[in-house]
Design a protein around this ligand. Structure first.
Ligand code: OSB
Ligand code: MG
Length: 368
């Protein structure tokens, strides 16, 4: 294939409810949507998971636009590409900026799977027809409100409940949840809110039979996490610290993580995500697919990736309707009883609604 035309759109979507983590609150979703068109007219869609603020990682909507316009798109336009796994190599001179790279690589994977007449899931080597999913719940104003919200999602059938924690919203919260929901699979995500000096506090979480604790320590750390894991019975799962197969290998070899959260954008695309999956499978490290409050396009890519064999733990890919009044894809992603049916049609398996996209677009530029 040869990509001849790329459209970058900056979208803003209202969220049904604000989402609060230890690093801040999102009350609207701003992101870049990429449309890539090849010489035959096949259209592929990709989504950047970079937020409008650099609090989860250093990338933002604006830095992504800069990287795409000035460096990544010029490397791709009018070049013959025989397989999307080549894109990683084409981008290799450019350091990091993984979310920007991933958005473009994702659109190319979509085109490739359409042209080879297979679902994206199949093109990636996935086999599941249905995927199990959980849900991630932000920090609330009171434990009572949190219990109500958890109760609603447990009733909807989500397969595990993840709750955000931070200092002063941790041990008592998890104690109450475990007492109220004795049989539910529960985990906590700290988004780097603690330091090794908090080990005694974090050890108290061992009382609540949590599936795992996600990224308790610094976002760039794998050393202190290894030491913390020695002290904790609860498995540590790294999110922010893992940007590549090499990061995954080092963290696993050091004993810093027993489970890995794979986010396509954070690791620079689907090709690298599959490599991390394969490495983890060989090393008995279960993985699950993380979420970044994606619109339907990013959500569809997450669904496809999760069909790979070693995605044995429920991910964060909830129904579109959990986040937005109206998503940009048709049909929307629907989790029923904590399970999503994987589409079998060629490409990402969902249709992008151009009118809906237009209604959320605040800026747009074309590259030829
Ligand atoms: O750490 O997984 C995270 C949302 C924004 C930034 C980081 C994270 C999250 C979530 C929500 O946990 C995942 C989702 O529902 O998409
Ligand atoms: Mg996380």
């Amino acid at each position: 294939m040869k990509i001849e035309h790329i459209v970058i759109r900056h979208l803003e979507m209202d969220m049904k409810a604000p989402f609060t983590t230890s690093f801040g609150t999102f009350d609207k979703k701003e992101f870049l949507l990429l449309e890539a068109i090849d010489a035959n007219g096949t259209i592929g869609w990709g989504e950047s998971v970079a937020f409008n603020v650099p609090f989860y990682s250093e990338e933002t909507v604006k830095t992504n636009w800069h990287m795409l316009e000035d460096f990544l798109i010029p490397l791709i336009l009018h070049k013959e590409i025989s397989h999307p796994s080549e894109v990683n190599e084409i981008f290799s001179a450019i350091r990091k900026n993984n979310m920007a790279k991933s958005a473009l690589e994702g659109a190319i994977w979509d085109i490739y799977s359409q042209q080879t007449n297979q679902s994206l899931a199949h093109a990636l080597g996935g086999t599941r027809k249905n995927i199990d999913v959980g849900i991630s719940i932000g920090i609330q104003n009171s434990i009572e409100e949190l219990v109500d919200i958890v109760n609603g999602f447990v009733k909807e059938g989500y397969k595990r409940i993840k709750v955000k924690i931070k200092p002063d919203w941790d041990v008592e919260v998890m104690r109450t949840l475990r007492k109220t929901f004795p049989d539910v699979a529960i985990m906590a995500d700290a988004n780097s809110a603690y330091r090794l000096a908090d080990t005694e506090l974090l050890k108290q979480l061992d009382d609540f039979d949590l599936m795992m604790i996600e990224q308790p320590l610094a976002s760039d750390d794998i050393i202190d996490h290894a030491q913390l894991q020695q002290e904790l019975a609860t498995p540590i799962c790294l999110d922010e610290s893992i940007h590549s197969l090499e990061d995954a290998r080092k963290a696993v070899e050091l004993g810093s993580t027993k489970i890995i959260n794979i986010k396509i954008g954070r690791v620079g695309g689907l090709t690298e995500a599959v490599k991390i999956h394969d490495y983890c499978k060989e090393n008995n490290i279960p993985v699950w697919c993380g979420g970044m409050l994606e619109s339907g396009v990013g959500r569809a890519h997450n669904v496809a990736l999760t069909t790979l064999e070693n995605f044995t733990l429920p991910g964060d890919t909830a129904s579109s309707s959990r986040y937005f009044e109206k998503d940009i894809i048709e049909p929307e992603v629907i989790a029923e009883n904590g399970s999503i049916e994987v589409p079998e049609t060629a490409g990402i398996g969902y249709t992008v609604n151009r009118d809906t996209v237009e209604s959320y677009t605040v800026a747009k530029k074309e590259y030829k």
